[in-house]
Design a protein around this ligand. Structure first.
Ligand SMILES: NC(=O)C1=CN([C@@H]2O[C@H](COP(=O)(O)OP(=O)(O)OC[C@H]3O[C@@H](n4cnc5c(N)ncnc54)[C@H](OP(=O)(O)O)[C@@H]3O)[C@@H](O)[C@H]2O)C=CC1
Ligand SMILES: O=C(CO)COP(=O)(O)O
Length: 355
């Protein structure tokens, strides 16, 4: 693993840094590839010894990215303490379900002032915690950031042109991440609304499932536009009621990520919706996918939270009825279409009903 792509380093620091990536799935692999191509030494942590051996010997992560060849200074390891020691930044790509467990188990390994950036787009069940909140609770001496945006792992690994958002309160974290990751095919924009950026990434997974379902039913292009736009209204309504900045939803982490995951069968969440739309059961579709589709879990959590807070979320409610209530898809669509016709942009014109 030695091939170096100097042309990819246009925006990045020429200095070689030690960085860590935690999580050996699709996204951890894609971000490891960017960091290594930018000339950094990447300590790539995963829990599976066989996977470590395979990547070390062949440069291939066959389970998650069989067509992608990793090169550069990549050190796969199952030793998280060693991976994190001395790293200028630690990127965490562990599914939300396991995120706290992994961080807590190794909390002592993280250094005071170390930049720790969540790449995970999900929500913890207990207490509706986002990953940055988990980091704050488990490793409070770290400098915390969140990376989110329209970032299909496979496209990044193919070096397709991509942009993302680093959200952090601390400007040092924003700067270091822009410097580490930015290159000719990957642009990193900055935001300070950590909660909004993170919540946008988690929420859009629900609507990607909805969009996949609509695609399976061949509802048409008008319906696609209606769904994406109403999804944006719904997710920003919910996020703003929790304290996010509505403007965040106009950016890459909001509308950007919503567009990509609602339009592409490369999105795992979209594929789940598509499979259900074609008549497959949810459990079977998830098992067949073999990778994480965070939206399945997020849908349950957001439905409960929205009801608790009295925030109307008709698309979430409809998707919940289909996935968990055994409702017929056509009945749910009819219910949504025949509901009271409300205002378009609610931050301009207030909603008049709770439907
Ligand atoms: N893929 C994408 O395009 C993008 C993904 N994301 C987000 O990144 C996060 C990770 O997704 P992604 O990499 O795609 O998921 P994958 O399903 O591709 O991989 C999941 C990874 O997490 C590991 N893992 C699961 N449980 C544990 C655990 N208890 N301890 C240690 N490792 C564990 C798996 O290890 P093992 O193989 O051993 O089970 C595997 O390496 C998600 O929140 C996702 O939403 C964000 C942007 C883009
Ligand atoms: O978050 C993603 C793209 O931005 C990846 O989406 P999926 O998890 O649905 O594949």
């Amino acid at each position: 693993m030695s091939e170096q792509t100097s042309s990819a380093r246009q925006h990045s620091s020429e200095e070689t840094m030690d960085v860590a990536v935690l999580g050996g799935g699709s996204f951890g692999t894609a971000m490891t590839k960017v960091l290594a191509e930018n000339g950094h030494r990447v300590h790539f942590w995963m829990r599976d010894e066989h996977q470590v051996k395979e990547i070390r010997e062949t440069g291939i992560n066959s389970r998650y990215m069989p067509d992608v060849s990793l090169s550069g200074d990549i050190l796969p390891t199952t030793d998280l303490e060693a991976a994190v020691a001395g790293a200028v930044a630690v990127f965490v790509a562990i599914p939300s379900k396991a995120f706290r467990t992994v961080i807590r188990e190794h909390a002592g390994a993280f250094e005071a002032g170390q930049a720790v950036i969540s790449l995970t787009k999900g929500i913890e069940k207990d207490g509706f915690r986002l990953m940055s909140e988990i980091l704050q609770e488990e490793i409070p001496r770290s400098k915390i950031g969140v990376l989110s945006g329209p970032n299909l792992a496979q496209e990044i690994a193919n070096r397709d042109l991509t942009a993302t958002v680093i959200a952090a309160k601390d400007p040092d974290v924003r700067n270091v991440v822009q410097s580490l990751l930015g290159c000719e095919y990957f642009r990193v924009y900055a935001n300070v609304d950590v909660y909004g950026v993170e919540l946008a990434g988690a929420l859009k997974n629900i609507y990607a499932i909805v969009a996949g379902l609509a695609s399976a039913l061949d509802l048409g292009e008008n319906a696609k536009a209606m769904l994406i736009t109403r999804s944006l209204a719904e997710m920003s309504r919910f996020a703003v009621s929790l304290g996010a900045n509505p403007m965040t939803f106009m950016g890459l982490a909001g509308v950007g990520d919503l567009i990509v995951t609602c339009s592409s069968s490369k999105s795992r969440n979209f594929r789940i919706g598509y499979a259900v739309g074609k008549g497959q059961g949810l459990d079977e579709a998830a098992a067949e996918l073999g990778q994480v589709a965070e939206g399945i879990r997020t849908l349950l959590l957001v439905k409960e939270k929205a009801e608790d807070m009295g925030v109307p979320m008709p698309l979430v409610g409809g998707m919940y009825k289909i996935l968990y209530g055994g409702a017929a898809i056509r009945d749910v669509i009819n219910g949504l279409m025949m509901a009271v016709q409300n205002s378009d942009v609610e931050f301009i014109l207030p909603r008049t009903t709770s439907s």
